[in-house]
Design a binder for this molecule. Structure first.
Ligand SMILES: Cc1ncc(COP(=O)(O)O)c(C=O)c1O
Length: 488
C-alpha cells in the first residue's frame, strides 16, 4: 500500500483523533490519529487500543482470496515469537540462523532436482516478489555479459512471459528497465502458449518465464514443452535463452502432488526458480526463496560483501535488515512435516478443491477454468445468459462473510470474468460445504432478483456512501482491496 498524507481540510475533528471510550479514564487528551502524539501512553493502553482497532480486519478463515498462510502450529508461533529480535543479515551475531537459511536453500535445491555436478546457490527473500527481482537481475546481468563478450549491443534487453504474470513481473520490468514482451491470452487459453512465446523471443531476450501455477486460474504452464522448443530455437540460432520458473505457489504443491512432472532443474534451460514460503510453504507472510541452478547463473558483481557487522558477509538482497524468524519458521515446517507431511497436506487441499469444484459445477451455473491436477483452487466463469455477473455473486457471498474475489482475466481475455476460491489449510470440507450452500442461496437469489450487472470489480462498494464523521472502516477497505485486487 502507498499511504498518503491527509491535508487538514480532509479531516473532520473526530477523524483527526482516536477516542476510545475506555481511554477517557486514562488519557488526558485525545490520541491524534495522523500525528506523532505529544504524550506517552501506558503499554497496556497502547496494546488495547491497537488490538481493538484490528478487530475490524477481516476474518482470515473466510478469506478465500489469498494464497498466503494465516495459521501455523502453536510451536511455530512460539518459536517465531522467541526469535522476533533476530536480524537475518547479521550473520556474525546469528551464525546458526544463517546456517539454517543455508539448510533451507539446500533442501529446496534438492527438492527441485538441482544437478549434483553443479553448485546451486540461493537465498531467502521477502516473498516471491523480491525473489523475482533478484532472479531477473541475474538474468539481465548474464545476458549483458554474454553480449558484451560477443561485442554486441547491450542496451535493449527484453523478457518474454504470458500476460497472466503476477504484477511483480511488471514491477521488475519497469524498475530494472527490461522490455516486457507479453504473450497475449485468448478466449480459451489463459496461460502462456509456447509457439506464441517463441515468436517474441530474439537475441535480446534475457529469459522466458514459465509459471507453475497461474495466479488467475491455478493452471501450470507447459514448462517442459517450452524447454524443448527453446532448446531447438537456441540450437538453430546460436542464442542462449534460458527459462526462469515462477513457482510462487506451485513450488510447494507440484513436488508433492505430481512428483513425476518435469518443470524444475530436471529441464536443461531452467536456470532459476522462485517460490513463496508464505504460500503453500505454510509460513506466515514475509518469506520467499530463489534458487539458481549453478553459481555461474548469479553474476558475482551482483553480490555485495560487507564487513561492518563483523566478518565478511556476502549478500544479494534488495534490502539489508530483515527478521530471521520467518526463515526459522520455514525450517520448522521442513523438519516438522518433511516430505510425508507436505504430501499429506497438499493431497488434502487437492481433495477439498476437487470437492468444491464438483459442487460448483453441479450448480449448473459455472464453467470451470481451473484444472484438477494444478494448484488447489477453483476458478470458474458464469455460463449461459444471466441477469447478473460474477461480481454480483462475489458481492452476495460477501454479505455472508465470505471473501471470494471476482476479477477479469489479463489482456486479451479481459472480457472473461471469473470467481476464484483458493483452498488453503484453513478451509475444511465442512466449511467448503457451507460455502457451497451459501453459493447456492446466492445464485437462487440472483436468478430470481437479478444483480446489478456490474462488469468491473469494486463497483458495488463505490456505490456505498460512507458516514462522513466515522472512523475509516478498516474492514470495508480491506475487503474492497481484496475484491479489486483479487489476484494476489
Ligand atoms: C505466480 C505468482 N508470482 C508471484 C507472486 C508474488 O508473490 P509474493 O506475494 O510472495 O511476493 C504471486 C502472488 O500471488 C504469484 O501468484
Amino acid at each position: 500500500m502507498l499511504a498518503k498524507k491527509l491535508h487538514p481540510q480532509e479531516l473532520s475533528e473526530s477523524q483527526g483523533s482516536l477516542a476510545p471510550a475506555y481511554g477517557s479514564r486514562q488519557l488526558s487528551r485525545p490520541v491524534p490519529r495522523y500525528e506523532l502524539p505529544d504524550d506517552m501512553m501506558e503499554p497496556a493502553l497502547a496494546y488495547r487500543l491497537i488490538k481493538d482497532e484490528l478487530q475490524l480486519d477481516g476474518n482470515p478463515a473466510l478469506n478465500l482470496a489469498t494464497f498466503v498462510t494465516t495459521w501455523m502450529e502453536p510451536e511455530a508461533d512460539r518459536l517465531m515469537t522467541e526469535t522476533l529480535a533476530k536480524n537475518s543479515i547479521d550473520q556474525d551475531e546469528y551464525p546458526m540462523s544463517t546456517e539454517i537459511q543455508n539448510r533451507c536453500v539446500n533442501m529446496l535445491a534438492r527438492l527441485y532436482h538441482a544437478p549434483d555436478d553443479q553448485d546451486s546457490v540461493g537465498t531467502a527473500t521477502v516473498g516471491s516478489s523480491e525473489a523475482i527481482c533478484l532472479a531477473g537481475l541475474a538474468l539481465k546481468w548474464r545476458w549483458r555479459q554474454r553480449r558484451a563478450a560477443q561485442g554486441r549491443p547491450t542496451g535493449s534487453p527484453n523478457i518474454v512471459m504470458g500476460h497472466n504474470v503476477q504484477v511483480c513481473w511488471e514491477k521488475f520490468a519497469r524498475y530494472f528497465e527490461v522490455e516486457p514482451r507479453y504473450v497475449p491470452l485468448t478466449d480459451e487459453r489463459f496461460i502462456l502458449g509456447v509457439e506464441e512465446a517463441l515468436e517474441l523471443v530474439d537475441e535480446d531476450t534475457i529469459a522466458v518465464v514459465g509459471i507453475l501455477g497461474s495466479t488467475y486460474t491455478g493452471e501450470y504452464e507447459p514448462i517442459a514443452e517450452l524447454n524443448a522448443a527453446l532448446e531447438a530455437l537456441n540450437a538453430r540460432t546460436g542464442w542462449d535463452v534460458p527459462i526462469h520458473v515462477d513457482a510462487a505457489s506451485g513450488g510447494f504443491v507440484a513436488p508433492f502432488t505430481r512428483p513425476e512432472l518435469s518443470w524444475d532443474f530436471r529441464l536443461s534451460l531452467v536456470r532459476s526458480i522462485n517460490v513463496s514460503g508464505h504460500k503453500y510453504g505454510l509460513v506466515y507472510p514475509g518469506v520467499g526463496w530463489v534458487v539458481w541452478r549453478d553459481r555461474q547463473d548469479l553474476p558475482q558483481d551482483l553480490v555485495f560483501h560487507v564487513n561492518y557487522l563483523g566478518g565478511d558477509q556476502p549478500t544479494f538482497n534488495l534490502n539489508f535488515s530483515r527478521g530471521a524468524n520467518q526463515i526459522l519458521a520455514q525450517y520448522y515446517n521442513f523438519l516438522r512435516l518433511g516430505r510425508p507431511g507436505y504430501t499429506e497436506i497438499m493431497g488434502a487441499l487437492m481433495g477439498t478443491a476437487q470437492h468444491l469444484a464438483g459442487a460448483m459445477a453441479d450448480t449448473g451455473h459455472f464453467r470451470l477454468l481451473s484444472q484438477p491436477d494444478a494448484l488447489p483452487l477453483v476458478c470458474g466463469r458464469l455460463e449461459g445468459e444471466r441477469g447478473y455477473t460474477v461480481f454480483d455473486v462475489s458481492e452476495q457471498l460477501r454479505q455472508r462473510g465470505w471473501i471470494v474475489p471476482a476479477y477479469t482475466m489479463a489482456p486479451n481475455a479481459e472480457h472473461v470474468a471469473v470467481v476464484r476460491v483458493v483452498v488453503r489449510e484453513g478451509l475444511s470440507r465442512d466449511m467448503a460445504d457451507l460455502l457451497t450452500e451459501d453459493l447456492r442461496t446466492a445464485l437462487d437469489h440472483l436468478d430470481r432478483e437479478g444483480g446489478e450487472g456490474s462488469s468491473r470489480p469494486g463497483a458495488h462498494q463505490r456505490a456505498v456512501a460512507r458516514p462522513a464523521a466515522s472512523v475509516a472502516p478498516a474492514r470495508g477497505h480491506r475487503q474492497e482491496k481484496a475484491k479489486t485486487k483479487g489476484v494476489c
